[in-house]
Design a protein around this ligand. Structure first.
Ligand SMILES: Nc1nc2c(ncn2[C@@H]2O[C@H](COP(=O)(O)OP(=O)(O)OP(=O)(O)O)[C@@H](O)[C@H]2O)c(=O)[nH]1
Length: 700
């Protein structure tokens, strides 16, 4: 499920975010600025300290150097080298040097033999000056020692200063030579004594330490060796040190060998704790204030925004409860007012629609009741209707089944037409009707087939003879004394009886009677058609006058004989061409009818002369032909002899009573002697020759 944000938390988060971000940015910037200022301040402080230390250092050593120089010019000190009574004067002279100059721990007056004359705050019987003496002598011998200049030495000697005053055992020694008289420029003399002051490290440290505060530290280095480490009383923090390196030189016009120190001044980087804390506190307070202001702002905004929103929600809830008279006035913002108005409009519309819906609902209920009533009536009506429909359906089914059967029968009858073209029409018909009505017995006879004999399937001959005795020519009739015998006459289109179909069956419905009648009619027309077809076929190949096969039949048979000869070369056939002589003359003299009679007489003559297997044709006009199926040369010769024997000797009697001689020309050939394709032409030629011979003899 998707998480839903709550407005007040979102607003509070937003305001806090808006408050905290600037607080963090401003605080960060302030802190950064504070840190930079602090760092700069520290650096400046360090530089100031460095400058102060250098000035103090120079000043102190300058005072010391000047004081020594002044003292070295004291005549009494020179005299004190040799005069023991001036010792007190020496002490009085040295005393202010030690007490007034804080650097100096002790002061010594040394004679030219490096024997101590007097000291102040020093340690007597010191032989450590020997080192200094030796060094100074060397410098003098090398003439490097300039007259009147002071010398500086560092020392490490635990005996030069009391240990409690000088725990580090090291420090500086300043040696100022004393001369017996004032030196002129350029002169060099050995000093009569020396003023020696000891400056322990602790004194330098004390002198500078008072300038150090808190976390500051000063380290003196010489030749990279730490020789003085001055720390303030405060402890250095662990935040790292801010360091400034500089050089301090102990030098003046009176010093011959200036000493230079590397000075490292350090202080803790950390700004002053209280300032930093103070800044942090201010920033924190500002941040907290901003957060509080943010939360407060969020709360105000939340109340400012959510109150009208809540009022709007109350309004919408009221609408959702169905209270449409709500008109909230605490919406504060015009947008909420507009939304409120929209809700109000919507609620009004819904209210109107609901009222409308309620009225429609009432109407609908009434209509529904009415509909229920009608439905009940309809159900009753439907029940009745269903019963009737069922009854009708049953009837219809039965009827359809009957119809289906009838249709099958009709289809079968239609299909039967093609079967009827077969030769054995009686068998086909009986098989067909038996398949249609297997329970029945059948018999059939056809006038022009099988000599009008019955063909029966289960009906006695005695019964059939009784049927023969009935002269009824109606399509259907009963034989009076025989029960359940149905007779169907097969009648052609001219009312001629073609045959009879008899059915013996216990039940024969009206429709079955119609079907069988239909079948009988179809059978009649089929038989009639067959008869007609046979007649047409016969006419097509028969000469109408002589009833002989015509030219078409001849061509067909000749072709068949030719084909047969190809398959069976031993089965020769013969051909005779016959042309009646002087038919034109007969026609002209006695009339065309007599000519016809003559032609008939010729055909009968020819048929009479031939064997049964020979076939006579009238090719056309007065021309005849004979085909001998078994037509060897010999057989042909025999027939020719017979024909020649009868021609001219046979007569036909005409109407006038006159006898008209029958004469014809004859030409013949056997396939034994000539190829079949040449037979006709050759026979015709022979016949023509024979006719010519007849004409010649007739003229004689
Ligand atoms: N009566 C009759 N005459 C026919 C028939 N067919 C053809 N003719 C006639 O037969 C005659 C044949 O004449 P032609 O071929 O000269 O034969 P012809 O008169 O017998 O003479 P020749 O053959 O030379 O002896 C014609 O006059 C035809 O009109 C027919 O069917 N009946």
């Amino acid at each position: 499920m998707r998480m839903k944000l709550r407005l007040k938390y979102s607003l509070a988060s937003l305001m806090i975010f808006i408050a905290v971000i600037p607080a963090v940015i401003v605080g960060g910037l302030l802190l950064k600025q504070q840190t930079e200022i602090e760092t700069n301040y520290q650096r400046e402080k360090l530089e100031r300290l460095s400058s102060t230390l250098r000035q103090e250092f120079n000043y102190r050593f300058y005072v010391l150097s000047t004081s020594l120089d002044v003292l070295s010019r004291d005549r009494l000190l020179v005299q004190a080298m040799d005069d023991f009574f001036l010792t007190s004067h020496v002490r009085e002279t040295l005393e202010p040097l030690v007490s007034k100059v804080p650097l100096v721990e002790s002061a010594y007056l040394i004679d030219s033999d490096w024997e101590e004359v007097e000291n102040y705050n020093g340690i007597t019987s010191q032989s450590n000056f020997n080192e200094i003496m030796r060094y100074l002598d060397e410098q003098y011998e090398k003439k490097l020692l300039e007259n009147g200049y002071q010398w500086l030495f560092t020392y490490v000697d635990k005996n030069l200063v009391l240990n409690e005053d000088n725990p580090s055992d090291d420090g500086l020694i300043v040696v100022d030579p004393i001369y017996s008289s004032v030196l002129s420029d350029g002169l060099q003399r050995k000093p009569v004594g020396y003023l020696v002051v000891v400056i322990p490290t602790e004194n330098i440290s004390k002198m500078l330490k008072m300038y150090l505060t808190g976390d500051e530290k000063v380290t003196f280095l010489r030749n990279e060796k730490e020789i003085l480490n001055i720390k303030s009383d405060g402890s250095l923090g662990s935040n790292g040190l801010l360091t400034l390196n500089q050089k301090i030189k102990i030098d003046s016009d009176l010093i011959s060998n200036p000493l230079e120190y590397e000075v490292k001044i350090s202080m803790d980087k950390k700004p002053e704790e209280d300032k930093f804390t103070h800044s942090l506190q201010i920033i924190s307070i500002v941040g907290i204030c901003m957060v509080i202001v943010g939360i407060f702002g969020a709360a105000i905004t939340y109340r400012w925004v959510t109150r009208p929103l809540a009022a709007l929600m109350v309004m919408v809830r009221s609408y959702s409860r169905g209270d449409y008279d709500q008109r909230e006035r605490k919406l504060r913002f015009s947008e909420f007012y507009q939304v409120g108005e929209l809700f109000h409009e919507m609620a009004t519309t819904i209210e109107e629609q609901l009222e409308d819906l309620a009225s429609k609902n009432t109407e609908l209920k009434q209509a529904n009741n009415q509909k229920e009533k009608y439905n009940r009536q309809l159900i009753n009506f439907n029940d009745k209707l269903e019963k009737k429909v069922e009854e009708k359906t049953e009837e219809l089914t039965l009827s359809l089944e009957r119809e289906e059967r009838r249709r099958d029968i009709l289809k079968s009858l239609l299909a039967f037409s093609s079967k009827l073209q077969q030769d054995d029409i009686k068998s086909v018909v009986l098989a067909q009707v038996s398949s249609l009505y297997p329970e029945a017995h059948w018999a059939l006879k056809l006038s022009n087939i099988d000599n009008n004999q019955w063909q029966s399937d289960g009906i006695d001959e005695s019964v059939l003879s009784k049927v023969d005795a009935v002269q009824n020519k109606a399509e259907y009739f009963f034989v009076p004394e025989i029960k359940l015998l149905h007779c169907f006459n097969l009648i052609d289109s001219s009312g001629q009886l073609l045959g009879r179909l008899v059915m013996k069956n216990e039940k024969l419905a009206r429709t079955d009677l119609e079907i069988v009648s239909l079948f009988a009619r179809q059978l009649s027309s089929t038989i009639e058609g067959r008869i007609l077809n046979a007649e047409l076929e016969r006419i097509a190949v028969t000469d109408a006058l002589t009833e002989l096969p015509n030219r078409k039949a001849f061509d067909n048979d000749f072709k068949n004989n030719t084909e047969r000869l190809k398959r069976y070369p031993e089965r020769q056939f013969g051909l005779f061409i016959i042309d009646v002589n002087k038919l034109k003359q007969v026609n002209d003299e006695f009339g065309h009818y007599v000519g016809d009679e003559l032609l008939k007489a010729v055909s009968e003559l020819l048929i009479g002369a031939c064997r049964q297997t020979d076939r006579v044709y009238r090719l056309g006009g007065d021309e005849f032909a004979i085909l001998l199926e078994e037509g060897s040369e010999q057989a042909c010769c025999q027939l020719a002899t017979r024909l020649e024997g009868v021609r001219g000797h046979t007569f036909t009697q005409i109407e006038t009573g006159e006898l008209l001689p029958i004469h014809f020309a004859l030409g013949w050939l056997s396939s034994e002697n000539i190829p079949p394709e040449k037979m006709f032409q050759a026979a015709d030629k022979a016949m023509y020759e024979d006719k010519q011979a007849y004409r010649s003899s007739d003229q004689l």
